[in-house]
Design a protein around this ligand. Structure first.
Ligand code: ZN
Length: 488
């Protein structure tokens, strides 16, 4: 058999992000809701009638600049729009208003974690353009809905620095997280707010020359991108290994079949005959606006992850949960653990209580996390954890106390008294309950004697019942085993 060569994938992504503006890019039409009736959010401008003139939506320009700042890109303070000419039935004017020579953002980067290492994917540019109308083909007929025409789209173009499908997915997830956090998009994937084209080429490992690139168009889920890239790498590898030539082309992703399909040969930039749009003026972004935009960028999830990593000892799972919710994050960060740390509470311990017990109670009561510190006063939580760790109360009891805090503003000590949850500390009393449980359940005892270990669990449950939850299950288990083994 002929030796099968392995190649190195080179991947670049173009992401089209629907901006979260109220109105369209070049007219006063409102952005059409996803389920709106066809052709109800249209006017002469977005329908492309001859003689109409575009207006500029400044909010969209600000959102692109803000996105660039959040990704450490450079802002072109003088920018403009160009016409991209091509013929397609969904393109109302026969050209699309886009940006060619002076995009709003140049450069920038996205940080991802790959194989436990940080990797920075550089950006080429971020520019602003308008969306097209939508075609639907059914029963040998074609229908056009112009509602989407003129919706502002931000296009984020990466450098070809992505090495595989996993990196591509992480890059997209990170971009999506940042853009939704800074509020420039609603980021609804099902509604196509975040669509991705992937450019993929293969080269011999170590080679500097890039192979012919194939573009896969219009994928709108992270999973599709991941699958399509893997499929395409395999397809191109097989072609090259059977001495076939890869042609530069555009392919479509078929989600149900899990394959890419050739659509057309790829155009080059000069095919589009870009030129400055004579209907639109140059745009200037001044220092004052830039500084306002910078100030409007909130603390991002990636900053919170960084802060938790460098200041606490926490596992990856709780870092993800705490950094994803600003209320949980602030609550955790603002709790002053007794210092110096003579307390038996670790960072991880505290984080577990918040991300497991407290979240569960908030969820089941349908309470938003912004209420967390008024319901679970930080000093009360610490008090409760200390009581639990020093075995004054068992874990089930502490859950009851936490649940009671939703209604009551009393301290854990008061609630423990009120609920009668003080753990049975008297070993004689516990022993009596265990004997009672064993005597009441002869079937469980014979099960145990015939080797069924689960019988012990059943008996522990009986002791918990008899003690109204005040027994320590571990102590109860030891006692029960002692009794059963003596009886044998
Ligand atoms: Zn319009």
């Amino acid at each position: 058999m002929k030796e099968q060569k392995v190649y190195e994938p080179v991947i670049g992504l173009e992401v089209h992000v629907q901006l979260n503006t109220n109105s369209k890019m070049f007219c006063n039409c409102a952005i059409a809701p996803f389920d709106s009736s066809p052709n109800t959010y249209v006017c002469n401008i977005c329908m492309g009638y001859p003689g109409t003139l575009p207006l500029i939506n400044n909010k969209a320009i600000e959102m692109v600049a803000k996105s660039g700042l959040a990704l450490n890109g450079n802002i072109n303070q003088k920018t403009r729009f160009d016409r991209k000419n091509y013929h397609y039935p969904d393109l109302m004017k026969g050209y699309q208003i886009s940006q060619f020579k002076y995009p709003i953002v140049v450069g920038g980067e996205v940080e991802i974690n790959t194989n436990n290492k940080k990797k920075h994917i550089k950006l080429n540019r971020i520019h602003l353009e308008e969306d097209t109308a939508k075609l639907t083909h059914a029963n040998s007929k074609s229908f056009i809905d112009i509602n989407r025409s003129g919706t502002p789209l931000m296009e984020v173009v990466s450098e070809p620095e992505i090495g595989n499908a996993d990196e591509a997915r992480k890059y997209l997830q990170e971009l999506h997280s940042i853009f939704t956090e800074i509020g420039v998009t609603k980021g609804n994937l099902e509604q196509g707010h975040f669509r991705c084209d992937a450019n993929i080429s293969l080269k011999p490992i170590g080679s500097k020359t890039l192979g012919e690139k194939v573009e896969i168009k219009n994928m709108n889920s992270f999973r599709s991108v991941y699958r399509a890239i893997n499929y395409e790498i395999e397809r191109q590898t097989n072609e090259l290994n059977s001495n076939k030539v890869i042609v530069q082309e555009t392919r479509g992703w078929n989600e149900s079949k899990g394959i890419t399909i050739s659509q057309r040969s790829k155009e080059s930039a000069h095919d589009y005959r870009y030129f400055p749009d004579p209907d639109l003026p140059n745009i200037y972004i001044d220092e004052e606006l830039l500084s306002d935009l910078k100030k409007s960028i909130p603390e991002l999830k990636k900053d919170r992850v960084e802060y938790l990593l460098s200041n606490y000892e926490l596992n990856e799972q709780v870092i993800q949960i705490l950094s994803s919710d600003i209320n949980l994050y602030d609550y955790f960060k603002n709790i002053e653990l007794p210092k110096p740390r003579n307390s038996n509470i670790t960072d991880q311990d505290l984080a577990n209580w918040i991300t497991e017990e407290i979240i569960k109670i908030l969820d089941s009561n349908k309470i938003n996390t912004d209420k967390i510190s008024s319901i679970f006063k930080p000093n009360y939580l610490i008090e409760l954890i200390e009581l639990t760790n020093s075995k004054k109360i068992n874990r089930n009891g502490s859950r009851n106390v936490l649940s009671s805090m939703v209604e009551s503003r009393k301290s854990p000590k008061d609630l423990i008294d009120e609920l009668g949850l003080t753990k049975i500390a008297d070993s004689g009393q516990l022993n009596e309950l265990c004997i009672q449980a064993v005597n009441n359940n002869p079937d469980a005892v014979s099960d145990f004697n015939s080797g069924k270990e689960t019988a012990v669990k059943f008996l522990i449950g009986q002791v918990m019942k008899l003690s109204k939850g005040k027994a320590d299950p571990k102590d109860a288990e030891l006692n029960i085993l002692k009794i059963l083994n003596n009886e044998k």
